[in-house]
Design a binder for this molecule. Structure first.
Ligand SMILES: [Zn+2]
Length: 485
């Protein structure tokens, strides 16, 4: 498998360092608010990477942390008049609610910052002993950026570029504006821990260095996170870990791209900020997950509700096709009509294309394109009266069904019972359109009576009334069916 490595900015063949075992660390959330669509993207991207590596047979150890002490958490706690641990626990709980809905698997280890204070103190002490860090008179500890010659190697920045943007904020006691905090002396009203430098708390960057090394050997095979974390967070993690251990920190650096909203940067101040909750109030989780996978993970992803509706149509098409395939496979009598070779070749092409897309830097967008190809092919067989009833048709449909079942475990979509999913989706679309399902059922019952009584003008009038409610009626061999117009 080829994977793009931010370190060096090149696609490289991925292979674990130690046999079959893959170590992977991804920076998790700072638990001070509900997760937004950017968090959803990062979580889903790395979830698919873990699932795919496991699918390939690797024994993956996946560690994703929770930052549960931080300026933002403390600020939120003070606003609400509660302690910061309560805020962190609440939003870790809310993270699980969202991620479970999105079918994001739990990490193998989910360490919390506050449970690893002693490891962080030890790491900081080691850096001071090696003269990569110093304590200030008031009890802050700073990392000496100039003591680490490779600083900037991940983000491609050099020290001189960074100098112009570096500032010493009021109250900071840095010897050099480039230096960053490893440990912060306690301020009144903040959570704090005893340390060799007095009461204080860890800086944000420190936890990932301390916790990744605790649970996995360095170098890590893969370190991941959102693109916004590459600088300074990951650059600082590298400086801390490599300066302390003398070992390389990670072999592969994988970063997912930004999420934009209607082509603009998402921000609360612009009013274009969507939490996962906001979106799942209107769309099914699987629609959102599919949408997030519909672009390559490194591309910017432009979120809009219109784009999400397009994704919904795509998900619906796949499930509708699966439902038809399942119905066709329930038949018991089969003919000997042979399958044309071009159809078999086309299917083999999609199957190979799907695997190749995953192997080429986890290109889920291209993979989904091949999956649509398979589903179109299933439609071609189902539409062909002879092939639909042939043993060769059954075998082909079963092969497509089995392929989808296999890949649904990697994608984390298309694994549900088609009829159940389609019923949920219909209810979701009806709710979004403000359709009262009970009212629709009552009108359909009236229409059925009208048709039994051959009162066709009444039946047509009811159809018009339903259309005004954005409901389309279809008369099928199984009776009346309705859908959202
Ligand atoms: Zn991190």
């Amino acid at each position: 498998m080829r994977l793009y490595n931010t370190m060096g900015r090149v696609k490289q063949e991925f292979a674990p360092q130690h046999g079959n075992a893959v170590s992977m660390y991804v920076c998790g959330i700072t638990a001070y608010d509900y997760c937004h669509i950017g968090h959803a993207r990062s979580a889903v991207v790395f979830d698919v990477l873990v699932r795919y590596l496991r699918f390939k047979g690797y024994d993956v150890t996946f560690v994703r942390n929770f930052t549960d002490v931080d300026d933002k958490i403390i600020k939120r706690a003070n606003e609400l008049g509660v302690n910061s641990q309560e805020i962190a626990e609440k939003f870790i709980g809310e993270f699980y609610v969202d991620m479970d809905a999105l079918n994001v698997l739990r990490a193998d280890v989910e360490p919390k910052c506050t449970e690893h204070i002693s490891e962080m103190i030890a790491l900081t002490q080691g850096l001071i002993e090696k003269d990569h860090a110093y304590a200030s008179p008031s009890g802050d500890v700073y990392f000496k950026v100039r003591s680490f010659a490779d600083y900037g190697k991940l983000s491609g920045r050099n020290i001189e570029d960074l100098v112009s943007g570096a500032r010493v904020e009021p109250g900071e006691e840095k010897r050099d504006p480039l230096d960053f905090a490893l440990w912060k002396a306690a301020k009144p009203g903040e959570p704090s821990w005893q340390s060799p430098w007095g009461l204080g708390r860890p800086g944000w960057h420190l936890e990932c260095s301390a916790m990744s090394e605790k649970y996995m050997a360095l170098p890590l095979d893969i370190h991941g996170g959102g693109q916004d974390l590459a600088f300074p967070h990951h650059e600082n993690e590298i400086a801390q870990s490599e300066a302390a251990t003398g070992k390389e920190f990670a072999k592969f650096w994988v970063h997912n791209g930004f999420v934009q909203i209607n082509s603009e940067k998402m921000s609360k101040s612009l009013g274009n900020f969507f939490t996962i909750r906001d979106i799942l109030a209107k769309f099914l989780p699987e629609t959102l997950r599919y949408f997030l996978l519909s672009m390559h993970y490194r591309s910017p992803l432009d979120f809009s509700f219109d784009a999400l509706e397009e994704s919904e149509k795509g998900v619906r098409r796949i499930y509708a096709a699966l439902a038809q395939v399942d119905a066709a496979l329930a038949a018991t009598k089969w003919s000997k009509t042979p399958m044309p070779q071009d159809i078999l070749d086309e299917l083999a092409g999609y199957e190979q294309g799907f695997s190749e897309a995953f192997e080429d830097d986890l290109n889920t967008a291209a993979a989904l394109g091949h999956l649509f190809g398979m589903v179109r092919l299933a439609g071609r067989v189902l539409d062909d009266k002879a092939l639909r009833k042939a043993e060769a048709g059954r075998d082909l449909l079963a092969r497509i069904r089995a392929g989808l079942a296999k890949w649904s475990g990697v994608l984390g979509v298309f694994g549900l019972e088609p009829e159940l999913f389609l019923a949920d989706l219909k209810a979701c679309r009806a709710a979004r359109a403000g359709i009262d399902a009970a009212r629709v059922e009552a009108l359909l019952s009236d229409r059925l009576d009208a048709r039994k009584n051959k009162d066709f003008s009444r039946s047509d009038a009811i159809r018009d009334e339903l259309a005004a409610l954005r409901v389309e009626v279809k008369d099928t061999p199984q009776g009346q069916a309705w859908d959202v117009l």
